[in-house]
Design a protein around this ligand. Structure first.
Ligand code: FDA
Ligand code: NAD
Length: 434
């Protein structure tokens, strides 16, 4: 017999956990809500997987990083869901969605019906096997998305102690995983095609700091302007070499690939409107289909501040979009309205002793300030992006909590900044004075 719920959240990641907490705050009856996840565990703070989970000493483990600890909230362990009467349907992959019949079918033949559906399926990694890269299915080539991936990588790091790793990709995963593997005493070479790391966000000046810090302070070898074109394996099928497109060959015991992610929208192709690769929503995360919402990585939503629509693959938006959708669902039931989502983009990363935050939009001219010397005891520098004479985006490495708050405010209020020399000189104090 089919199970039936008033609300179903499809996906058991960050957005699902924050949505569950919001349902509970708004008032939920036992048995009304189910979360379906192909992962075997209750929602957790995914960013921990590329950070604390892989630390050589006292690594983070569940239940330590269940949501909502990442934003300073209560930790929702599996018992919390039980107490709330929320059903966690774990280790269950949904393979078919029938939006007309309001039902979902799982790989093991179960049917789950809903009145209101929240799609929170997140993203899947892009794999080198997707492009037919030779040998890309060898053992010890890792991707990192879910806790099982992190566990396998952790075991390999232990098994290949003092070994060699090649990190393919110069984005978030590339930079965070290179750092973690160095902390684990592994020899690390990063390979990426662009002229500098994190090119979607970093300017060449910002990237130069991180590349020099990684290379000179931490001994990471960086190879730019080429890609992994193939892999060879030993007789056990374990990766042995990475063949680069430029002809070089690198030895490797472990390969970690971070070449981007794609939103998991495939179940809903042709059933909901899409935009920019994601599921199109309004400012309340409602899709083109009644009673179907989409949140987190999969949603393409109106970015009120900038008058366009975007998809955002970061944890802050996953949390906030989930809360907004639940508030909107409950308001609709009560015949009330809520404010439109008005999101200020916020991205961050941490690696080694470094920590940066970015708020706003990286458009216009970039004005760099501060101490960008990787040899400094405590480097602190940043960048303002100026468009139409106003601050649009701010990046800060090494900021205090107060300074990070101040740059968020600057990106939000967009103060005029006509004199770029003065701005460069004032640095972060321009933001703290606002
Ligand atoms: P999320 O990926 O969290 O959850 C999706 C869930 O849906 C998963 O449990 C998945 O198994 C499940 N699912 C998918 N399809 C399903 C199906 N058909 N049936 C059943 N279940 C299904 N961001 C940031 O701002 N700062 C950071 O430091 C980091 N760090 C970081 C590290 C790593 C390793 C990753 C992979 C990602 C980050 N991120 C990040 C990005 C951030 O974690 C991401 O944007 C959010 O987790 C998105 O939340 P969602 O709930 O949308 O998807
Ligand atoms: P990304 O988009 O940040 O970086 C992908 C990088 O892959 C590019 O910068 C490029 O250097 C490289 N690349 C592309 N094709 C390549 C190829 N053929 N060979 C070598 N390099 C190639 O994606 P990611 O780092 O894989 O991260 C995956 C997802 O996880 C994203 O959604 C990201 O937002 C999320 N994530 C976020 C954080 C954070 O916010 N701190 C941390 C980890 C992961």
């Amino acid at each position: 017999m089919a199970k039936s719920f008033k609300y179903v959240i499809l996906g058991g990641g960050v957005a699902a956990g924050y949505a569950a907490r919001e349902f509970s705050k708004q008032g939920l009856k036992s048995g009304e809500l189910a979360i379906i996840s192909k992962e075997a565990v209750a929602p957790y703070e995914r960013p921990a997987l590329s950070k604390g989970f892989l630390f050589p000493e006292s690594p983070a483990r569940l239940p330590g990083f269940h949501v909502c600890v990442g934003s300073g909230g209560e930790r929702l362990a599996p018992e919390w869901y039980q107490q709330q009467g929320i059903e966690l349907i774990l280790s269950t992959e949904i393979v078919k969605a029938d939006l007309a019949a309001k039902s979902l079918s799982s790989a093991n033949g179960e049917t789950i019906e809903y009145q209101t559906l929240i799609i929170a399926t997140g993203s899947a990694v892009i794999k080198l096997t997707d492009f037919g890269v030779e040998g890309a299915d060898s053992k010890n080539i890792f991707y990192l998305r879910e806790i099982d991936d992190a566990e396998r990588l952790y075991e390999a790091i232990k098994a290949k102690n003092n070994g060699k790793a090649v990190i393919v990709g110069g984005g978030y995963i590339g930079l965070e995983l290179s750092a973690i593997l160095r902390l684990n005493n592994i020899d690390v070479t990063m390979v990426y095609p662009e002229p500098w790391c994190m090119p979607r966000l970093f300017t060449s000046e910002i990237a130069a700091f991180y590349e020099e810090y990684y290379a000179k302070n931490k001994g990471v070898t960086i190879i730019k302007g080429t890609v992994a074109a193939g892999f060879t394996a030993n007789s056990n099928g374990e990766v042995k070499e990475v063949k680069l497109k430029d002809g070089r060959v690198l030895e490797a015991d472990i390969v970690v690939v971070g070449v981007g992610a794609k939103p998991l929208t495939n179940l809903f192709k042709g059933k909901v409107e899409e935009d920019k690769g994601g599921i199109k929503t309004d400012a309340f995360f409602k899709t083109s289909v009644d009673d179907v919402y989409a949140v987190g990585d999969v949603a393409t939503f109106p970015m009120k501040m900038y008058g366009d629509v975007r998809r955002v693959e970061h944890v802050d938006h996953a949390r906030k979009s989930a809360e907004q959708a639940v508030k909107a669902i409950k308001a609709k039931e009560n015949g009330e309205t809520i404010e439109e989502y008005d999101y200020l983009p916020y991205f961050y990363s941490r690696a080694f002793d470094l920590s940066w935050q970015f708020y706003g939009d990286n458009v216009g001219e970039a004005v760099v300030f501060g101490d960008r010397d990787p040899k400094s005891a405590k480097p602190k520098f940043g960048t303002y992006w100026i468009k139409d004479g106003k601050v649009f985006g701010v990046f800060l490495e090494g900021g205090t909590p107060e300074e990070n708050k101040a740059i968020a405010k600057a990106a939000k209020v967009q103060p005029p900044a006509e004199n770029q020399d003065q701005l460069a000189q004032e640095g972060v104090s321009f933001a703290t004075k606002l």
